[in-house]
Design a protein around this ligand. Structure first.
Ligand SMILES: Cc1cc2nc3c(=O)[nH]c(=O)nc-3n(C[C@H](O)[C@H](O)[C@H](O)COP(=O)(O)OP(=O)(O)OC[C@H]3O[C@@H](n4cnc5c(N)ncnc54)[C@H](O)[C@@H]3O)c2cc1C
Length: 500
């Protein structure tokens, strides 16, 4: 190489160094979940031995997620107080758990409740009791502040999640036709929330959302992205792996609301906190149920340290675990669970950006992830420096078993790079803003409405299964949303009260 060549190389390097950040900042963080370790020991039958202290409770609820807590809520309303809620984690809430640090509270998974439809009586009843709904109006400060959503498309942010930039006339026509079809479906009245009370068996359930789009001649890449996003967002699955009935439900089940959704810095953890104000004395945290035995006169429920004697049990933990804890468990093999990972990023400052304001929900068009939600969005401060962002990623592109393998195989550093590269598509200075990234992996995060599952006899039988023990987890619905968890929990409480 000539001397000139060396010189120009050196000056080019100096130039590049000027462009690069002065110091690659150190980012702290950890993978915070470890329940799969205990779960795998349970699966492998390694949690059966050992002495346990005898305890008694007329009614035991297993699992302190929304379903278990709402079962407890209904029991208290009915004046029944003799029950315990056994929760394996240190903190109740399940998929509606939250965290808190020096900057903000933040969700680990569920982060909003859509403004309930007028017909969604149960959820409106809870909203009224929690002071969210008063004389038909939702409390302003709990409704998502504006701007709610934005999309990073073709190198810039646009308001709202429906793509607008770069669409051709044909794309726009397809969006209009799609909206018209969804209105027709909504007018049929059978897409209710929760879904089972309103639904009639439908041939749509036997095909995938992807096939339905194709059958209707929808080929606009923007529209298909929009529908894919909906399936990944609510079900953790691609349109090809989602029942068309469930895909339509996502778009047709909600009354049009200009306001909302209801959200809080800690996401649906806020609702958990309010429920715990009533239920905390009933909750036994850190109590993983390892065995259940149903007898003629009662049910024994074993944790690692206690042997509970009860007259009845509400199983509000994920249904697939039943096969590992009891003889004669119902067949849950038809439920497909989507694996997810979420991350909470603590930021010293918001990235510098031109154009639109930060929204509550910020989505990147060309990303396998779902973007990030800003925990400090509901803050009334006019200037936000530090913040916490919750980033969401369903491992939808691979089969669920492969997704779970990937969750276990990839370490924190791998995910840090993946997350920063993903967010970096929209925020080039993200690495200079973040000081911490914590991760939570959910191997069996949510039941997926796979084609054929919603209206299958197997799912219906599971929802009705039981005697002294009844099931309550939202996975019985095939759709994993707050309203389904509440519906299943309340229904289980009413059924078990007839037995106990
Ligand atoms: C990433 C993600 C984002 C989501 N976002 C939203 C959202 O924004 N809005 C929304 O409405 N829904 C959302 N959901 C759906 C969410 O699953 C439901 O809203 C709801 O929280 C589910 O409640 P659940 O009680 O049915 O189940 P879970 O939350 O799974 O609760 C089950 C509980 O059982 C416990 N448990 C398990 N095994 C045992 C055992 N052996 N012994 C004792 N306890 C046990 C678990 O620790 C857990 O607390 C999201 C889900 C995920 C995964």
């Amino acid at each position: 190489m000539s001397a000139n060549g060396v010189k120009s190389l050196a000056s080019r390097r100096a130039f590049l160094l000027q462009l690069a950040p002065k110091t690659e900042r150190r980012i702290e963080g950890a993978i915070l979940d470890d329940s799969h370790l205990r779960g795998h020991r349970l699966r492998d039958g390694q949690m059966r031995g050992g002495l346990r202290e005898p305890r008694k409770a007329p009614l035991v609820i297993v699992g302190g997620g929304i379903a278990g807590l709402c079962a407890g809520w209904r029991l208290l309303q009915k004046g029944f107080r003799d029950f315990v809620i056994l929760e394996m984690e240190k903190q109740a809430g399940g998929n509606s758990r939250w965290g808190e640090n020096e900057v903000s509270a933040y969700p680990w998974a569920a982060h909003y409740l859509p403004v309930p439809n007028r017909g969604s009586k149960l959820v409106r009843e809870l909203c009224t009791e929690l002071g969210l709904l008063y004389e038909g109006e939702f409390e302003e400060r709990h409704l998502c502040h504006s701007p709610q959503e934005r999309l990073f498309l073709h190198g810039r942010w646009q308001e709202g999640l429906e793509p607008e930039v770069g669409l051709q006339k044909a794309d726009r026509e397809q969006f209009q036709r799609f909206a018209g079809l969804m209105q027709e479906q909504a007018a049929s009245g059978q897409y209710t929330v929760p879904w089972e009370p309103g639904a009639k068996a439908s041939a749509l359930d036997r095909m995938s959302m992807d096939d339905w789009l194709r059958e209707k001649g929808f080929d606009s890449p923007y529209l298909r992205w929009y529908v894919e996003y909906g399936c990944r967002d609510d079900y953790g699955s691609l349109a090809k792996d989602t029942s068309a009935w469930a895909g339509v439900h996502y778009f047709a089940a909600r009354e049009h609301e200009d306001r909302g959704p209801l959200t809080w810095p800690e996401g649906n953890g806020w609702i958990v906190k309010q429920l715990l104000k009533k239920l905390a004395p009933h909750v036994v945290a850190g109590a993983m149920v390892t065995q259940v035995a149903i007898g003629a006169r009662g049910v024994r429920v074993l944790t690692e340290t206690n042997d509970w004697e009860s007259k009845g049990v509400i199983w509000a933990a994920p249904s697939y675990l039943l096969r590992y804890v009891m003889e004669g468990a119902p067949d849950t093999s038809g439920i497909i669970y989507s694996p997810w990972i979420t991350a909470n990023l603590t930021l010293d400052r918001m990235p510098r950006q031109a154009g639109t304001e930060f929204a509550w929900d910020n989505v990147i068009y060309d990303s396998p992830a779902l973007g990030y939600v800003v925990a400090t969005h509901q803050s009334l401060r006019t200037r936000i420096d530090e913040s916490v962002w919750t980033w969401y990623y369903p491992l939808a592109a691979v089969a669920p078993a492969e997704g779970r393998k990937q969750l276990l195989a990839r370490d924190w550093a791998w995910w840090r790079e993946f997350i920063l590269n993903d967010i970096g598509k929209a925020h080039r200075d993200i690495r200079q803003c973040v000081r911490r990234i914590d991760l939570m992996r959910f191997g069996h995060a949510m039941a997926r409405p796979a084609p054929g599952w919603m209206f299958s006899p197997a799912r219906a039988a599971l929802a009705k299964w039981g005697g002294r023990m009844v099931l309550a987890n939202s996975d019985l619905s095939g759709l994993s949303i707050f309203e389904e968890a509440q519906y299943r929990g309340v229904g289980a409480a009413e059924r078990i009260l007839r037995v106990v």
